[in-house]
Design a protein around this ligand. Structure first.
Ligand SMILES: *Cc1c(COP(=O)(O)O)cnc(C)c1O
Length: 418
């Protein structure tokens, strides 16, 4: 029996195992695993969930995994009795050892492993406003795979590798004079060309099932599926993944039969998912002034089968808007109460939970899972140091000659490999 099949949620047809899209419709693909029960393996990091990851093998050096712990300090501050934190960052005291400090590592590791299994040496193309780029840069540095990383010029400072003097010959960084969406558009054009391969975004089953391990880890630690799942979203990949993982856990039968309510959050006024749900327009000044630009994705998967609306409906979930002030207050409260630094994006989720607790939408007995999607950067920098990357190529957002860019990227990578 095959470990899994990939099926289109639109037409139900079985697709190629490495497909990102269905050839006949715009809906999401999903992996259907033949293992119905979750059996954690004795493998490093997230690989312990190999049965429900779309890879055959593992990359041992990519050994980060999410850690779930019961909150005491912050829980009592917000008055939630059963509050669990999924910490996705660097915090050795809690055994949290993400090398690049965010849960994007959960997406990068299985995606890169699948490329290795596919067997072609195509250049992987990734667009990023920071955390995704770091996670993929690290994964490609460790595995010596070629990577073209397209980053808004203003986010270049977020592209670093853990440790001093880390190797980056297989990484070509392209700074775009524009925002995250401009980087995404350019990356899509580049990834279409011969010799390049797209990472696939929220459509990529490896990204989603990698992120789904947050829910798996939490269910194992808590002993059941939580009643509520709180996350700050940009593409909403993590939220869709939490929903899909919950489906699998429900089918397993040992973790409860109810979906967790998705309590999602975006940063006001630059909240494309909220805007799409309300049919509102986004302020053209966005993402300027955002608390964290990693949450600004103009084209999240809203209406596709398997996308945001499906996930919210199926879980009776909702999306809250959070202002910068609310995020800042929540970040201070959380950091003081829990004793670790969190990324600004994660503070958006913390603020959403504070508001949900205040409004009474969290019941007194509810088991809540708060996804701290990134943190511990201050600690990692102090303990391990980092290698800052600088751009190899620079392009203007409008009218970039993508073919010329492609050959520049290939030349850069050849030069560095030589
Ligand atoms: C990417 C990211 C998010 C948003 O995650 P999605 O599930 O892709 O919407 C939240 N927090 C941090 C720290 C991130 O890097």
């Amino acid at each position: 029996m095959k470990k899994y099949v990939v099926r289109c949620l639109g037409c139900s047809s079985e697709c190629d195992q490495h497909a990102i899209t269905c050839p006949s419709d715009p809906h999401f693909l999903r992996a259907e695993y033949s293992a119905i029960r979750l059996t954690p393996r004795d493998l490093p990091g997230m690989w312990k969930f190999l049965d429900w990851l779309p890879t055959n093998d593992i990359i041992p050096a990519l050994n980060g995994r999410s850690v779930t712990y019961r909150s005491e300090g912050f829980a009592s501050e917000v008055g939630i009795k059963h509050l669990f934190v999924s910490f996705n960052g660097y915090w050795p005291d809690k055994n949290a050892l993400f090398h690049t400090c965010s849960f994007k590592e959960l997406e990068a590791a299985p995606t890169v492993e699948r490329l290795i299994e596919k067997g072609k040496e195509d250049i992987l193309v990734v667009a990023s406003a920071g955390n995704t780029g770091r996670a993929f840069a690290h994964a490609c540095s460790v595995t010596r795979r070629p990577l073209a990383l397209v980053v808004p010029a203003t986010a270049m400072n977020k592209i670093w590798l853990p440790g001093e003097g880390s190797r980056h010959e297989t990484i070509c960084t392209i700074a775009v004079d524009g925002d995250y969406t401009d980087a995404i558009v350019l990356a899509e054009q580049l990834a279409c060309l011969e010799g390049f391969v797209p990472e696939g975004g929220a459509r990529n089953i490896a990204r989603r099932d990698g992120m789904g391990t947050v829910m798996l880890e939490a269910a194992l630690t808590i002993g059941r599926i939580p009643d509520r799942y709180v996350q700050a979203v940009g593409s909403a990949t993590g939220a869709i993944a939490a929903w899909e993982a919950s489906m699998r856990l429900i089918r397993d039968g040992r973790f409860g039969s109810a979906m967790p309510v998705l309590d999602l959050a975006q940063n006001l006024p630059c909240a494309p998912i909220l805007a799409a749900l309300k049919d509102a327009v986004i302020d053209p000044a966005c993402p300027k002034g955002m608390y964290d630009e990693v949450l600004f994705n103009r084209r999240p998967p809203i209406t596709q089968k398997g996308g945001v609306i499906d996930a919210l409906k199926s879980t009776h979930g909702s999306v809250q808007g959070i202002t910068n002030d609310e995020a800042e207050r929540a970040r201070r409260l959380f950091e003081r109460a829990e004793g670790v630094d969190v990324m600004p994006a994660a503070a958006i989720a913390v603020a959403a939970l504070v508001k949900s607790a205040e409004s009474g939408s969290v019941g007194p007995e509810d088991v809540v899972l708060l996804n701290i999607t990134g943190g511990g950067e201050r600690l990692l920098r102090a303990e391990r140091g980092v290698t800052q990357l600088h751009f190899d190529l620079k392009v203007k957002k409008a009218g970039a000659d993508v073919k010329a860019l492609a050959s520049d990227v290939q030349r850069e990578l050849r030069r560095c490999a030589a």
